[in-house]
Design a protein around this ligand. Structure first.
Ligand code: IPE
Ligand code: IPE
Ligand code: MG
Length: 241
């Protein structure tokens, strides 16, 4: 497909799923699956940069993923630490700004510190905003937002009548990024798993059976090509009707 045929979404969000099943099918441990999944990020980020996608948001670790065995949780945190340490230079060189959504204060202190450092070091970059959802849950985000609003009301910083959709959006972790235009989920699961519930009100969804470690450039292009054919009406009627 030619890039000219695609209507490039401003913001692509991805639920990177299927690392475990990818590994199981090959007789490997889940750890191998996660390792392979992390390796695949380079391709994705490069493609998004080249296509001039401005925002890429990746679901990396959910608030529910703590329920996995401690060994797997520790392994995911180590992979994340390793990724941040190894990629800081590339992110800087490629003009990518790191953003993180989720309750990061509750992450292991090393991970928390690495996240903070990487955000700080890449804060002036502008080619692509790469948002990682880590210890992220949309319900947790909404509850946190409500608590912050309630506090601002008690502190008389805002009045109840002032609250509307756009004001509420500013109390969410995603306050600095636009809503996703396209959401991709890999691995044949057709659910949101507590990802961006508020922000996906008008997002286009695309699902593929491919496990995340097998997801290639071609699959991304399939999603984008399909997205380009969608008619987004936002509740209105088409002009031609
Ligand atoms: C996605 O792969 C990575 C994370 C949720 C961290 P999974 O680990 O969920 O893989 P499956 O769904 O078990 O195959
Ligand atoms: C969603 O995948 C979370 C991430 C990809 C980080 P899960 O594998 O945790 O979701 P469920 O449990 O299948 O819904
Ligand atoms: Mg999964």
């Amino acid at each position: 497909m030619d890039n000219r045929d695609i209507n490039i979404p401003n913001h692509v969000a991805i639920i990177l799923d299927g690392n475990g099943r990818w590994a199981k099918n090959r007789g490997f441990s889940r750890t191998e699956g996660h390792k392979e999944g992390v390796k695949n990020l380079e391709m994705l980020i490069d493609e998004c940069r080249c296509l001039d996608i401005k925002y890429l948001t990746l679901y990396v670790f959910s608030t529910e993923n703590w329920k996995r065995p401690a060994f797997e949780v520790n392994n995911l945190m180590s992979l994340l630490n390793k990724y941040l340490i190894e990629k800081i230079e590339v992110l800087t060189k490629e003009n990518i700004k790191l953003n993180v959504i989720g309750e990061i204060e509750k992450l292991p202190s090393k991970t928390f510190k690495l996240i903070k450092d990487t955000i700080e070091k890449t804060k002036n970059n502008s080619k692509l905003v790469l948002t990682l959802a880590i210890n992220y849950g949309a319900r947790n985000e909404i509850i946190n937002g409500i608590k912050k609003i309630a506090k601002d009301i008690l502190d008389e910083k805002i009045k109840i009548d002032y609250i509307n959709e756009s004001v509420f959006s500013k109390y969410l972790y995603t306050q600095d990024i636009p809503d996703p235009d396209l959401l991709i989920r890999t691995s044949g699961e057709y659910r949101l798993s507590n990802f961006l519930l508020w922000q996906c009100a008008y997002t286009e969804f695309w699902f593929t059976d491919v496990f995340w470690p097998d997801f290639r450039k071609e699959h991304l292009y399939d999603a984008l090509e399909n997205f380009s054919k969608r008619k987004r009406r936002f509740g209105k009627v088409d002009n031609e009707n």
